[in-house]
Design a protein around this ligand. Structure first.
Ligand code: MN
Length: 396
């Protein structure tokens, strides 16, 4: 059996401090669990003696819990820093990457004060931008888990009811205001039971890892439908996630305090541990960077989001995905949605040699992310990218 040693450049964002998981297929083979090391995917089904790695999703492994997640990370470090069977490693460019988790429930939050304030000004110009509840609880809505897709999946422009302010009645057709939302998503590994609450400081016992999320949003559908029960068809047509699940265990050096929360949240939303995260995102529109949203600016932490989600006794399940909401910083070039970046379409942005307000057919959006790791290393999240296809023709 031929063996090899994986070359891991010291500046790789996929060094042994990171080790993000994926589900992949080598050419001609069934999906299985892998881990990324530098520019290779290591086949865990072929190297670790546990049938969970031969599964087509990460769920069985995620359900094993925090002590096992730590043990497997140690095993992987041993594996990839010594001789490894050549048949167990594959160049990233030669494998097919799949949706890494079977998504159970999907919830999306609204945790950026800058985003919520900007959207409030755009959607409700005559009212206070933040609703009275906003600084007391992390606002969220229940999304559609069955249309969460992996990066690279084309997104078909949705159709729906559109009503512009100058018209008395809605009409029907393809969205004219198709947008993105650059977010992080948190994946639950260890479930909880109905009636049980997940304390703020039990976050790391339940959350397995983090992905990049693009919450595609049809603003014309959304603005007409969302009162009073929240987003529905303007969001449910597609949500894209990155193929790499970065373990929460890889983000120790990225943990920071959230911005000051005033008024102080209720006790169930407080804890000893800090779960703000210093993650920098970049949004590329047709290959041109148009925004750099800073996750460090998010008002509500993911530990607060999970504590809030379960405080009424709702159970968390293995495979639950909860996303942060659009990440926007205070500066214009830190806005994680095009409706903010172009101020409702009134301030077009330059994209290469063209200008844009909302997405056009054929456009591609790529969102990448990176965080600090231990000892000056970088923790890469890879990216989530997709292309917009024309709407499906409508027969009336
Ligand atoms: Mn969103």
């Amino acid at each position: 059996m031929s063996t090899t040693v994986i070359d891991i450049p010291s500046d790789s964002p996929f060094g042994i401090e990171n080790l993000p998981y994926c589900v992949f297929s080598p050419v001609g083979h069934a999906p299985r669990v892998g881990v990324r090391v530098a520019d290779t995917v290591v086949d865990l089904a072929a190297t670790l003696l546990d049938p969970v790695f031969a599964e087509p999703t990460l769920n069985a492994f995620m359900a094993q819990g925090l002590p096992r997640w730590k043990e497997v990370r140690r095993q992987i470090v041993d594996l990839v820093t010594s001789d490894i069977s050549s048949t167990a490693i594959h160049p990233v460019s030669e494998v097919t990457l799949h949706l890494p988790i079977a998504v159970a429930d999907y919830v999306d939050f609204y945790a950026s004060e800058h985003h919520a304030t900007n959207l409030g000004r755009l959607f409700r110009p005559d009212d206070a931008p933040l609703m009275p509840n906003w600084k007391h609880l992390p606002v969220g809505y229940h999304g559609r888990s069955s249309t969460v897709v992996v990066s690279g999946t084309d997104v078909i422009r949705p159709c729906g009811q559109r009503k512009s302010p100058e018209n008395a009645d809605p009409d029907f057709g393809p969205s004219r205001r198709l947008d993105i939302e650059a977010e992080l998503g948190f994946v639950v590994g260890t479930a909880s039971r109905m009636g049980e609450r997940i304390d703020h400081d039990a976050f790391a016992e339940h959350v397995f890892g983090v992905v990049i999320v693009n919450d595609w949003s049809a603003r014309d559908l959304q603005s007409w439908e969302y009162v009073p029960l929240g987003p529905h068809l303007g969001k449910s047509f597609a949500t894209s996630i990155s193929p790499w699940v970065v373990p929460l265990l890889a983000l120790e050096a990225a943990r920071i305090d959230t911005p000051i929360q005033d008024p102080e949240p209720l006790p169930y939303l407080r804890g000893q541990q800090k779960w703000g995260l210093d993650v920098d995102l970049a949004v590329e529109w047709n290959g041109h960077v148009v925004s750099r949203p800073p996750y460090a600016q998010m008002y509500w932490s993911p530990a607060q989001m999970l504590a809030h989600t379960t405080v009424n006794g709702a159970a968390a399940s293995t495979g639950d995905l909860f996303a942060s909401g659009t990440i926007s910083g205070p500066d214009k070039n830190q806005r994680g949605a095009f409706i903010e970046l172009t101020w409702g379409g009134s301030e077009p942005v330059t994209v290469g040699s063209e200008t844009r307000t909302f997405l056009e057919d054929g456009d591609t959006v790529t969102i990448s992310a990176c965080a600090p790791g231990p000892g000056g290393t970088r923790i890469g999240f890879g990216d989530v990218h997709a292309r917009i296809l024309p709407a499906t023709p409508v027969r009336r």
